[in-house]
Design a protein around this ligand. Structure first.
Ligand code: SF4
Length: 422
């Protein structure tokens, strides 16, 4: 994305086509059912054998939400029955214990992220219990080196909860906002006031969270550049350290919730470009730097610094400064990335529950990456984090001739080169 000049509408239209959103390469639909518990155990054994103990990151999935946002494509369960949380956590703790038992104790946890769903569907006390359970089973890095982050829905919490999160060790938060325009909020079934949102950002500051991120979405029904500009002004005035500006993809055939969106209210392609332009203009003027893939950060934020010194990485949890850690996913639908493997837990609650009840690690699919997968994943990682391809380094690392190996891709890249995009 070019952020230092006006968007060229004609160019954008020419390249306006669906593509994969690389939270991993290969993406989850390529995972295979023949990769199961045994394969995961082998991958962990192999990774334990590294002479320098690899660091660990942990992702905890909390699937529950109180009400459905119509744009949502996440794996979540809508319920107002808070008793579900305790039932879920009892099994989650068993999964954590089974998983931790595979890893050598010399492996330090440097990053933990709670996502969902709505992690703050859990009470502050329950969240503390999860952190304590993880601490009991894994070796945590020193507090100053540890990143403990949580996705927050400001509609279902109070600022005083943030004090309790801080006591549990949480030091980063990401708030869903999307748009403050009441017409947009009504169209997507997410009514959220400016006041309740700003109160949570303020509380995160008061309790010394190291960074606060705000998620916005452009391309939602009823959105206008004027309304979105107002939302951006409000958010920028609160000075979050990071902002993610996601493009809404209307895929109602895949995501049932999106069928409740009135497609006639979606912005036209030209309007959507205007929305993105407003965001880029406002954020650039306010001093935010483009980090990559929809993300912006203040110049002194860790992500912006990591990008500047070439240490920025990206994993399932988004951009991170922690390179080369193995990622452990726990909870329904969570994905692990151990060494050169991926493995995923069942996406539906009953199958996940059954596996845990039977004392099995709940892996339902995954894959062992080939050398070619690893090379392409490495290349995509560089593109997403440094916006460049280190051809010589990849040639040395993988023993290839770049021009020969990627001959077909380079031919397909030529029109983009001609358009000045590469
Ligand atoms: S957007 Fe967030 S809060 Fe809304 S339904 Fe999806 S996961 Fe739940």
């Amino acid at each position: 994305m070019r952020t230092n000049s006006s968007l060229d509408a004609a160019l954008l239209r020419r390249y306006d086509r669906p593509g994969p959103r690389y939270t991993s390469y290969p993406t989850a639909p390529h995972f295979k059912p023949d990769f199961g518990e045994r394969a995961l155990r082998n991958a962990v054994d192999e990774s334990n054998g590294d002479p320098i103990p690899r660091l660990l990151s942990i992702y905890v999935h909390v699937p529950y939400c109180l009400s459905p946002c119509f744009y949502c494509g996440c794996n979540r369960i809508i319920t107002r029955d808070k008793a579900q949380a305790a039932i879920y956590l009892a099994r989650l703790y068993r999964e954590i214990a089974m998983t931790a038992a595979m890893f050598d104790r010399d492996r330090e946890v440097v990053q933990i992220h709670f996502g969902g769903g709505t992690p703050n569907f859990l009470s502050p006390l329950q969240l503390r219990e999860v952190v304590d359970t993880l601490r009991h089973h894994f070796r945590f890095a020193k507090r100053c080196d540890r990143e403990l982050s949580i996705e927050l829905d400001p509609r279902s919490m109070s600022p005083s909860d943030v004090a309790e999160y801080a006591t549990s060790g949480f030091n980063r938060a990401s708030l869903g906002v999307q748009d403050f325009d009441p017409a947009v909020q009504a169209a997507v079934n997410r009514l959220q006031t400016v006041e309740e949102t700003l109160a949570i950002i303020e509380a995160c500051r008061r309790y010394h969270f190291r960074s606060v991120n705000v998620d916005l979405i452009y391309g939602l029904p009823m959105q206008t550049p004027e309304g979105f500009a107002k939302t951006l002004d409000t958010v920028i005035a609160a000075r979050p350290d990071r902002l993610a500006i996601y493009s809404y993809a209307h895929l109602s055939e895949f995501f049932k919730a999106q069928q409740r969106i009135d497609a006639t209210q979606l912005p036209t392609p030209d309007c959507k470009i205007a929305l993105l332009q407003v965001a880029i203009d406002k954020l650039s003027a306010a001093g935010y730097l483009y980090v990559g893939m929809d993300h912006f950060a203040l110049p002194d934020d860790d992500l912006a610094l990591a990008q500047a010194n070439g240490t920025l990485h990206r994993n399932f949890m988004g951009y991170t400064t922690h390179a080369d850690s193995d990622l452990i996913g726990v909870g329904v639908s969570a994905i692990s990335h151990i060494g050169a493997t991926f493995s995923q837990n069942p996406r539906d609650l009953p199958t996940w529950q059954t596996a845990i009840d039977e004392g099995r690690l709940p892996v339902f699919r995954g894959m062992q990456m080939s050398e070619d997968d690893q090379l392409r994943a490495d290349l995509i990682q560089h593109l997403m984090c440094q916006a460049e391809v280190p051809a010589s380094a990849l040639e040395r690392r993988y023993g290839i001739n770049f021009a020969t190996y990627f001959r077909d891709a380079l031919v397909r890249l030529q029109p983009l080169l001609d358009d000045g995009l590469v």
